[in-house]
Design a protein around this ligand. Structure first.
Ligand code: CP
Length: 317
């Protein structure tokens, strides 16, 4: 197995099956630290640099919380408008990371341009973690989701997935690439103008993903062991910031998971994931049902970032 020491985490296309399990193994071993709300000293000598060019609640703060749980330090920015990349100078990724690499030992970057973290990794002498790049990928989120499934269901192979939402979304790309390493058939349900692109389908065929498409969640929910939902009403992920307009729209029934639908059609032991933030695609009354696992997913988001940071920074081999 390749070492994680000093490695960039840019895409789940790069991940081999045994590497997924290695990360999950480390996550499980570190989980008690987060569960008992303790801080350890595993990364006491290390600093995480956060470079966020797009808004985030979970990804940035989960990385920061993970670093604190491991006794490390954090510096960085949550709004590029307060840096030279976001003012008159429009400082390049190269010039920015040639500075950031001296401020810490690993960079986590979110950017509105697809491929920006890859560009950063080209120039930085320290590892770069992709915290979401435009419509590109969101590898740490899907590692979190796969870990959540493993913890909740006890296995990954042999589970049927249903993914609902905008298939241009970065989480969907990382999900599809991740599932190519497991025996997990998946059905995608999305609005016609947000479906899998021809190029992405060709790529998934090359990677031998067992997938199909459906028009309505009702057609696929009964077979699903894992239901992963993302919004179809959402901002433009190629913008640094997209304010909400007056007319937001409602999620059509085809892409909505309600309490009634779950009660009538879902398997009793299916689990429901959502990386959040949400609009109305999962109404709040679903939160207190036996299917919802998104709060566990939120906890696991910290644990997963602890595992990645520990592996990349050499606290564990
Ligand atoms: N799930 C996720 O990426 O959330 P944030 O946009 O809040 O980081």
């Amino acid at each position: 197995m390749r070492s994680f020491l000093g490695r960039d985490i840019l895409s789940l296309k790069d991940f081999e099956r045994n590497e997924f399990f290695r990360v999950f193994e480390i996550a499980e071993s570190l989980e008690p630290i987060a569960r008992s709300r303790r801080n350890s000293d595993l990364l006491a000598e290390k600093t995480l640099v956060t470079a966020f060019y797009q808004p985030s609640t979970r990804t940035r703060l989960a990385h920061e919380a993970a670093m604190h749980r491991l006794g490390g330090h954090v510096t960085g920015f949550a709004d590029a408008k307060m840096t030279r990349a976001g003012d008159f100078y429009q400082e390049s990724i190269k010039d920015t990371v040639k500075m950031l690499e001296f401020y810490g030992d690993v960079i986590v970057m979110r950017h509105f341009q697809q491929g920006a973290p890859h560009e950063a990794a080209k120039w930085a002498s320290i590892p770069v973690i992709n915290g979401g790049d435009g419509w590109g990928e969101h590898p740490t989120q899907i590692l979190t989701d796969l870990y959540t499934v493993l913890r909740e269901k006890g296995r990954l192979d042999g589970l049927n997935w249903l993914a609902v939402g905008d298939m241009r979304m970065r989480t969907m790309h990382s999900l599809a690439f991740g599932l190519t390493q497991f025996d997990c058939p998946i059905t995608f349900v999305s609005p016609p103008d947000m479906g899998l692109t021809k190029e992405f389908k060709e790529e998934l065929n090359q990677y031998s993903l067992d997938y199909k498409e459906a028009e309505h969640v009702e057609q696929a929910i009964a077979d699903a062991d894992v239901i992963l939902v993302e919004p179809v009403i959402q901002p433009d992920y190629t913008k640094s910031r997209d304010e909400r307009g007056d007319d937001v729209g409602m999620t059509p029934a085809n892409y909505k998971i309600t309490r009634e639908l779950l009660s009538e059609k879902a398997k009793s032991d299916a689990i429901l994931l959502h990386s959040l933030p949400r609009m109305d695609e999962i109404p709040p009354d679903v939160d207190i049902t036996k299917w919802s696992r998104y709060w566990q997913e939120a906890f696991n988001g910290v644990v997963m970032r602890m595992a990645l940071l520990a592996l990349i920074l050499g606290a564990t081999e």
